[in-house]
Design a protein around this ligand. Structure first.
Ligand SMILES: *Cc1c(COP(=O)(O)O)cnc(C)c1O
Length: 427
């Protein structure tokens, strides 16, 4: 697989290089400049998840990573069922993995790919999270030989449960709460990647959704969703994706480029830079607002250039996207309405995707919205809004009772650098 830096087409890397480097010169994202469609989609849809994903990812990645098939079998050990949540509308439940969020797919795949291609090199994963990424990455890399993980998250801005999942592991997982917002955490990570010496000293790698391996893993479940539909419903699928950094929808669009028939709905919360851009043609990010759907509290989505590149490459149009955004008040209303109507419990991210989908679904189409997190991950909000007492899954119950091991740092790059060098005994 050949990938190019979207900001500098002369920088060309293999899949393995892109995974190790994470990001290219000038913070440019790696992306292929063509995607060869699959020619046997119907047959692929008849296969089970792991076998189908092995074929799709082998097709995309080519003959790099000899252990690819084993990696996929080891990473995708949980189901991604579609569940009818309303008439003609299904939830694709991506939250049955170890940290109960869709990010388990990408993070587990990436951890194993990196483990397989790093050789003897020590690596440090530095990642900024607005919640679920950090948890998924921490769990995926926990106790991986030769790889340390530093997770930055904005203090007080992620749920207790999310924090516990990140901060209670210890060992090779260092949790850092930053006195600031997510965008500042992300800026610190970007600065670290520009610090050539530091990058080399610690063997820096990013595991956030800019890493191409995570996106490729996520392509798998779009096929899995369609495979579960009756054959006569497979041609009129509309996916609604709750978007934050736009990694998830990029994966969906790669699936489309591979030949999966579907159209896409972009669903956002009040951080609506992209919906406003699609409406007005003006890119005008506002300050990030804290919302109920905190994993989508991002006003400068860093995968957007990939979406634009793909749209251009495939000869699609930005006009083909349906889109919408919901306030917190609307999100609560939708959660209540859906629960009353069908009994389906959606947490805030899924609820937004459901609503924007149902507003945009046409006669004869089948809607699938992505359930990106387990409702229990947002237990206090879900309980309050729906007036229920959601049981915690066993895995989470154990975690909640553990002590948090995070350190608190200012939103300042040099402070972070000092901390990392010390924590990894490199100074
Ligand atoms: C990360 C996340 C999102 C946003 O996904 P992107 O790939 O960043 O667009 C949506 N919902 C939940 C629950 C998440 O954790």
């Amino acid at each position: 697989m050949e990938l190019f830096n979207l900001k500098d087409h002369s920088e060309k890397v293999s899949f393995a290089q892109a995974v190790v480097q994470g990001i290219g010169r000038d913070q440019g994202l790696f992306f292929p400049d063509h995607i060869t469609p699959l020619d046997n989609i119907d047959a692929l849809l008849d296969l089970p998840l792991v076998e189908r994903s092995q074929k799709i990812l082998r097709h995309l990645i080519g003959d790099e990573v000899p252990q690819l098939e084993a990696i996929i079998a080891d990473a995708f050990t949980f189901k991604a069922p579609i569940v009818e949540a309303d008439k003609n509308i299904y939830a694709l439940e991506l939250f049955h993995g170890p940290t109960l969020a869709f990010k388990d797919f990408g993070a587990r795949f990436m951890a194993r790919v990196l483990g397989s291609i790093r050789g003897d090199k020590h690596l440090t994963i530095l990642t900024a999270t607005s919640g679920d990424t950090g948890a998924a990455v921490a769990a995926a890399f926990y106790e991986q030989q030769g790889i340390d993980v530093v997770v930055l998250y904005p203090k007080g801005k992620i749920s207790t449960l999310q924090e516990k999942l990140i901060a209670t592991l210890g060992k090779n997982i260092k949790a850092v709460q930053v006195e600031g917002i997510f965008d500042e955490c992300q800026d610190m990570v970007k600065t670290a990647f520009d610090d050539v010496e530091f990058k080399k000293t610690v063997g820096l790698n990013s595991a956030n959704s800019i890493n191409i391996s995570r996106l490729l893993a996520q392509v798998s479940y779009y096929f899995e969703a369609v495979a579960q539909l009756p054959k006569d419903k497979r041609d009129k699928v509309v996916f609604s994706v709750p978007c934050g950094n736009f990694g998830n929808i990029t994966a969906g669009l790669i699936a489309k480029a591979l030949g999966l028939k579907a159209r896409f709905v972009i669903s956002c919360n009040a951080n609506d830079t992209v919906p406003r851009y699609l409406q007005s043609g003006k890119w005008d990010p506002h300050a990030t607002i804290a919302t109920l759907s905190n994993a989508m509290d991002i006003s400068r989505p860093n995968n957007w250039p990939r979406v634009e590149a793909l749209v251009k490459m495939q000869g699609w149009s930005l006009k083909d996207f349906a889109y919408g955004s919901l306030s917190d008040a609307q999100t609560e209303q939708v959660m209540q309405d859906l629960y009353k109507k069908t009994g389906y419990i959606a947490e805030p991210h899924a609820a937004i995707a459901y609503k924007v989908l149902s507003d945009n679904l046409k006669d004869g189409e089948v809607g699938i919205f992505l359930g990106t997190a387990h409702p229990a991950k947002f237990k206090s909000e879900v309980d309050r809004i729906l007036n229920i007492d959601l049981p915690l899954p066993k895995a989470l119950e154990d975690t909640v009772n553990k002590e948090s091991l995070s350190v608190t740092l200012k939103a300042d790059y040099n402070t972070l650098k000092e901390y990392v060098l010390k924590a990894l005994n490199l100074k």
